[in-house]
Design a protein around this ligand. Structure first.
Ligand code: SF4
Length: 609
């Protein structure tokens, strides 16, 4: 197989069995890789009674066909399983170097089932896989674990993905951490590792990824690299990191303030990426073969910290403006705590912000919180709550279950800003109506990585060949819903390729890169078919797990117009947008299911059986 190593590694942590399985070329061509391939494998493994924290839940680590090649910004991989935080399909991708290293070990992906009786580390070194006693790693933080795993294996250059304390403690928003502070943060993949007693996955190898047309591939890579040198978005990301978006996001009303309830808050400008670059930045960081280098390394002298990874935009907003914290150094430290303990910054910030809101409204009392007064803007309290959440201490034990559990427990489910139990990320659908479709239909719950309509409508990487074109950000017509659905399908394909979404070299070049790598003869018309197939497959999988059309909704807080700021007075017309999206995706508007003819057209007829 070209573009693939051609093998998957299956590991049963219960029995200790480890075996290779060939990757079926037809399966790769149909479901591509990353979360697409993982969803197809999951479809056969999971049933409606599969417990996300049960041993039968398969944890899959999957790469795409360009990972580990010379293709720039193609070094991501996906961690997928049923999600502890949401109970539905979970996928979370991460950058750094762990994805390419997996391919260098001679595998396209890992499928891990069962539960070990004792803590273990899965080590794959030069094609040899083994389970190593991980007792000595248990209790270490995510950074210590990565270092210690390398020492245990005597492999100083091994790449390690691991959990911190949060994963060990079954915190529902626990992340998988790799390459220092890179994170597969969303939906609780760290809790899946924790419940399996799998503390770490360490990888080291030297295999090449075979290419169908090495010269053609090298040519298109050179063209992409040449274009990236001139690319404005790439330059901005390199200079100010993703937090460079803060000022623009505030102008659009895209960056949430005070748990999605305020349109303006002047101190938020203190959180800008430019300020971070000037006052706190130490280095810029890049993932494998990425010339964009949006990663930041900062420091926090007030907290005696010489090195912090990040924070990027989502963390700055979730731990800053959402909580009405304008102390940038305090936000940097909060992000550091999340990295060290291995928790998702978005779900953590959202859940604590919900607690602030509930306390302000009198829903939570001092008696409920163990005597803690929880207010917006109190950065020291936020640090304390992160510690309590990770260690499940006192009120932190409730926070560790996420926003929906918190709101339901105190009788205010309508206050949770979530879609399908996943906390809404830091892009407000009142600022970009198309995001309403992205959030409502995302297969993992509210997710900005499943169709970045804020990027489309600000002209960042539109795919005109696929009829994905920028327009009025407030438009909420059926036609806008169709565009958002196409972007959803396009980004689903990106997620299967495991490509970074900050890299948008154009449809024609991407197509050439994939075809010269794999030897396929994909044409432009095939791309949205592929993307829609992946969207439909995850939809069917989620329906198998209990999701219904009634769950395609936005939380009430986001449908409340703000009386100031960049979204003043606007809320998206979700019904009109979704009508267009269902039509574009070929789904029945009454049931929300892909129709029989859609399934047949997408070669998904097998699900009807
Ligand atoms: S743009 Fe940023 S996140 Fe994307 S591959 Fe490059 S360094 Fe990694």
């Amino acid at each position: 197989m070209n573009g693939y190593v051609g093998k998957l590694l299956y590991v049963d942590l219960g029995s200790g069995e480890i075996r290779d399985e060939p990757l079926d070329p037809e399966m790769a061509r149909t479901y591509v890789g990353g979360s697409g391939l993982a969803a197809r494998l999951a479809y056969d493994i999971v049933g409606d009674l599969t417990d996300p924290l049960g041993p039968e839940n398969p944890l899959m680590v999957m790469t795409g066909p360009l990972v580990g090649t010379a293709m720039p910004s193609a070094g991501r991989c996906s961690f997928c399983a049923l999600a502890p935080l949401t109970g539905i399909w979970g996928e979370s991708n991460t950058g750094g170097f762990i994805g390419p290293e997996l391919r260098f070990t001679g595998y396209d992906g890992l499928v891990i089932t069962g539960r070990s009786e004792r803590p273990v580390m899965l080590a794959v070194v030069d094609g040899e896989a083994s389970l190593v006693d991980g007792t000595g790693l248990w209790g270490l933080d995510a950074y210590e674990t990565q270092d210690c795993a390398r020492r245990i294996l005597d492999e100083p250059r091994a790449r390690v993905a691991c959990i911190g304390k949060a994963g060990e403690n079954g915190v529902k928003m626990a992340a998988v951490m790799n390459d220092h502070g890179r994170a597969a943060g969303r939906t609780g993949m760290g809790a899946v590792m924790g419940t399996k007693n799998l503390k770490a996955i360490a990888l080291r190898g030297g295999e090449d990824v075979p290419l169908a047309d090495p010269e053609g591939f090298a040519l298109v890579v050179r063209e992409i690299l040449g274009d990236l040198e001139e690319d404005m978005v790439a330059t901005a990301l390199r200079m100010a990191g993703t937090a460079g978006y803060v000022d623009m996001a505030l102008m659009y009303g895209d960056m949430p303030i005070g748990y999605f309830q305020r349109g303006e808050w002047e101190p938020a400008s203190q959180l800008s990426g430019v300020r971070m670059a000037e006052e706190y930045q130490k280095r810029i960081r890049a993932c494998y073969r990425c010339p964009i280098a949006c990663g930041r390394e900062t420091h926090a002298p007030e907290y005696d910290l010489e090195r912090v990874d990040g924070p990027e935009y989502e963390s700055v907003a979730a731990l800053g403006s959402l909580l009405m914290v304008d102390d940038l150094e305090g936000v940097i430290y909060a992000g550091h705590l999340c990295n060290v303990y291995g928790i998702d910054t978005i779900s953590t910030g959202c859940t604590i912000a919900l607690a602030c809101e509930m306390f302000d409204r009198g829903v939570l009392t001092l008696e409920d919180t163990g005597g803690l007064a929880i207010h917006y803007g109190d950065v020291e309290m936020i640090h304390r709550l992160i510690e309590m959440l990770v260690h499940r201490q006192g009120f932190g034990d409730i926070l560790a279950e996420g926003s929906v559990a918190l709101a339901e427990r105190f009788g205010v489910p309508e206050l949770a800003a979530t879609v399908n139990r996943l906390e809404v990320p830091m892009h407000d659908p009142r600022a970009f109506s198309g995001m309403a479709v992205t959030y409502a239909l995302s297969p993992r719950g509210a997710c900005h990585m499943q169709g970045d309509m804020y990027g489309v409508d600000t002209g960042q990487g539109p795919a005109v060949e696929l009829d994905i074109v920028p327009g009025n950000r407030f438009e909420d017509s059926e036609e806008k819903g169709r565009i958002a659905a196409r972007q959803h399908a396009w980004r689903s394909l990106y997620n299967a390729w495991t490509l970074c979404q900050f890299q948008n070299p154009g449809v024609e070049r991407l197509l050439r890169a994939v075809n010269t790598a794999t030897g396929w003869d994909l044409r432009i018309d095939d791309l949205l078919v592929l993307g829609k197939r992946l969207v439909a497959l995850k939809r069917v999988l989620n329906f198998k797990l209990g999701l219904r059309i009634e769950d395609d909704r936005l939380p009430g807080l986001l449908l409340h117009p703000l009386d100031e700021g960049g979204t003043e007075g606007h809320v998206p017309d979700v019904d009109a947008l979704l009508a267009g999206a269902y039509d574009e995706l070929g789904w029945d508007p009454r049931s929300g299911k892909p129709t029989r003819s859609t399934l047949d057209a997408l070669d998904l007829g097998f699900v009807l059986e």
